[in-house]
Ligand binder design. Structure first.
Ligand code: SPV
Ligand code: MG
Length: 294
């Protein structure tokens, strides 16, 4: 793995660069390694996907230290920066301080905090999405900034006003407040099937701070629209988790019906691929160096 400082600097550069950056979701060490090998410059440690992989709902059913245990394995398995979905920060400003310090020690480059209340519910589930008080959430952001061990550790403030149905003026008011409180970027979330809300936000926001988006629901929009709007970062938020459900379900049905595995052999990664990915050769070489010759 790369050093925490290297990773947080790399993420800071991605956020501030004029190029559009794409982050891909991972939810464990294996998927994180696959995202890195596919060439993505950074990883989104999705709260939804990590929870799902743990068999839990995206409603803070996993404790924050359980989530960090998973993300630490992800950091250990990769070199690229990780933006962790920190949900609401798991409490108030004091919980955010503890979170940010701990993230610095496990090599996470950045955290995204959303302006809701603990325990949160996934933004696409139900209409009950109570928002945090603006001043209280600004305290969470400021406390996170003050607690960072490394100035390049980034804090992304996620505005849920559009998700909660409060409209564009409220979204802009909140983004401005979070930016003033020290947020390095604004994630504006929308659950509409068209990108009109986030493009409208980007136009009125005028790049006062980098804008991050999550096009899960407006997935038909081409990347050119985001480049044209000056968006900084796109997060493909849950697609490895969903791909794994489809792939494993299909495989299980086939093996159950066939009472045999011959039919799936050509469709799955070989064990040689598995051993290469985890670099078993390196261990064999190290044994040559460190184990006494027999
Ligand atoms: C996540 O991936 O956990 C997110 C994005 O926060 S969303 O599911 O759209 O809330
Ligand atoms: Mg989430």
């Amino acid at each position: 793995p790369a050093s925490p400082a290297t990773r947080s600097r790399a993420f800071r550069e991605l956020l501030s660069s004029p190029d559009l950056t794409f982050l891909m979701e991972a939810h464990n060490a294996l998927s994180a390694r696959i995202v890195e090998e596919a060439g993505f410059p950074a990883i989104w440690a999705s709260g939804l996907s990590v929870a799902t992989a743990l068999g839990l709902r995206d409603a803070n059913e996993a404790s924050w230290t359980q989530v960090l245990d998973v993300v630490e394995f992800m950091a250990d398995a990769t070199r690229v920066p990780i933006l962790i979905d920190g949900d609401t920060g798991y409490g108030n400003f004091n919980n955010v301080r503890r979170l940010v310090r701990k993230l610095g020690t496990i090599g996470v480059a950045a955290v995204c905090l959303e302006d809701k209340l603990f325990p949160k519910m996934n933004s696409f589930v139900g209409e009950r999405q109570p928002l945090a008080d603006v001043a209280e959430f600004c305290g969470r952001i400021a406390a996170g900034c003050d607690a960072r061990l490394d100035d390049n550790f980034s804090i992304v403030a996620r505005v849920e006003a559009l998700i909660a149905g409060h409209g564009m003026d409220e979204a802009l008011r909140r983004a401005e407040a979070y930016h003033r409180a020290g947020a390095d970027a604004i994630l504006i979330h929308s659950k509409r099937a068209e990108p009109d809300e986030i493009l409208g936000f980007a136009q009125r926001w005028g790049n006062r701070a980098p804008v991050v988006i999550v096009p899960t629901k407006y997935y038909r929009t081409p990347a050119a629209a985001y480049r044209g709007a000056g968006i900084s970062t796109v997060i493909w938020a849950n697609h490895n988790m969903r791909a794994s459900i489809s792939a494993m379900s299909r495989l299980c049905r086939r093996v159950r019906d066939d009472e045999a595995i011959a039919g799936v052999e050509d469709e799955i990664a070989t064990l040689d691929q598995v051993f290469a990915m985890l670099d078993y050769d390196e261990l064999a070489q190290a044994e040559g160096v460190y184990l006494p010759a027999t």
